[in-house]
Design a protein around this ligand. Sequence first.
Ligand code: COI
Length: 357
Amino acid sequence: MDQNSITVTLTENKKEIPQSNQLEFGRIYSDHMFIMDYEASTGWHSPRIVPYQNLVLDPAAIVFHYGQTVFEGLKAYVTKQGNVQLFRPEKNMERLNRSNDRMCIPRIDEDFGLEAIKKLVSIDKDWIPTAPGTSLYVRPFIISTEPYLGVAPSKKYQFIIILSPVGAYYKEGINPIKIAVESKFVRAVSGGTGEAKTAGNYAASLKAQEVVAEQGYAQVLWLDGVERNYIEEVGSMNIFFKINGEIVTPALNGSILEGVTRNSVIELLKKWEIPVIEKQISMDDIYQAYQDGHLEEAFGSGTAAVISPVGELAWNDDKLKINNGEIGPIAKKLYDTLTGIQYGAEADPFGWIVEVE
Ligand code: COI
């Protein structure tokens, strides 16, 4: 299959494109969507771009009952010169297939998946917002559609891509957020599905999120599921700390999501010759560094969140105030550089940008 095998039906009812300076995250969807189907006998087939519409599914579809589903998130940007570009989209396609493997979903052809994204973004390119910090969020996902109440991998799937013009993920924007360290609930354990981008991980996170939101925290910082001491990730991003001049981030251990932005941060820090270490980090290490006055910065990284500085970390009865609740120089430099590359304002020395015709 190539781009030409994707049939296109354009909408006859174009929606109003929202003002780009009033966007929230993920509430508005563009005019078109991509769909292709899978049956065990034929494999993936019938790729098509159609007007954005509701899905018609059997109420017994496996996805509703057992959550056999995966998703991805990436963004399309428009440069000052009017070029449309994606950031490391092949990484998302690779990860989608890793998630597929974990969830017993048939792999997709990664090159074709990328072609589908490009074609859809190109058709709806007028939906890419232009205000600073805004972009067109691309959400590819796969659902299991076979009607069956037995617990088994589905024999039918749909691969769908939708587009959403978005503003900042957090209402704080690039201003530091407050995060609560979660000591009661856990998100994932080694051997579970934590590494896969699958709905259940996010469903499992809601309760803790709801509890801390009432206390004014934007997200929780997850600890490991066994000892409740080792740091894993934040609800929608990976986490980094600057301790005594060195940047540390939890090593990938099977229950942490392998973030594309996380990898980009590590690559940038290495290029700048700033020491960066992936290792097991305990909350006791962080607390000790804080007490010694060595906890200099904390920030999250993610596609939706980009770089999000952490100004306060609540842990049990302590509130660790980081960098006076202000954005630190490393977080700022990473944010400026990443967004500079993504919006085409800075050179792309790593070849991370993929142009959309
Ligand atoms: C992303 O950063 O793209 C994510 O998938 C996080 C999300 C759950 C909003």
